[in-house]
Design a protein around this ligand. Sequence first.
Ligand code: ATP
Length: 235
Amino acid sequence: MKPTRFIDSVNCAIEGIIHTARTQKHMRRHFLAALFLFPLMLLLRVTETEFILISISVCFVLFAELMNTAVEAVVDLVTTEYHPQAKIAKDVAAGAVLVASIGAAVMGYLVLSKYIFPIYKEALGVVGNPSEMGTLVSLLTVVIVVVILKAISGTGTPLEGGLPSGHAAVAFSVATVVSLSTQNPLISVLTIALAVMVSHSRLLLHIHSMREVLLGAVTGIAITLLIMFLFRYYQ
Ligand SMILES: Nc1ncnc2c1ncn2[C@@H]1O[C@H](COP(=O)(O)OP(=O)(O)OP(=O)(O)O)[C@@H](O)[C@H]1O
């Protein structure tokens, strides 16, 4: 039935949002990101203007996702068969979400990096610069531990597949070493982005599952930090 009262219209709008959150995993991720972001902004004591800028970016992403879901519903109503025009409509709507998300990520970076980077730099300083020997030993240890874990789990071959992902372990180990060597948060973020891309490629190639990649990343980071600590302690 068509709503006649204002309260009914608001109810319908909220139902639309709930439907989107229930059916679209991206919307749930956007909501989770927002849930994490708002307390973080309060914790970091961002200025009022910065709070407004990030809030607008977050609303814009949610808005784009709602529009994307509406376009998908209308297209599916018209046809569930493959149609080039249907593809264009859905792809353009998805493009809108992508543009809004990139905008929000850039805004988040510009605003939050100046609060987070000094804390991150301090954390890197706690572990300190790795020595050449420490770097070699940590990389070698990561490879050995990965092979042992693969043997224990009885999955994959030493160089491909299985638990954990060796590529993810080495990529994150290298990212950790580079982060500690440079003590530069921006370079650290960039190398971590590269490590994430290496790990993601293993998922795309269906060589590893998410669990294997995550365990690989944790193994790479944990072992590298441990070896760096040990070298610092005994030198
Ligand atoms: N009827 C169709 N005709 C042609 N291509 C289609 C059709 N339906 C979906 N597609 C293609 O599949 C993609 C995903 O569409 P789908 O309806 O599955 O949305 P979704 O999985 O919810 O995606 P999104 O991540 O964008 O929300 C579209 O971007 C489009 O390229």
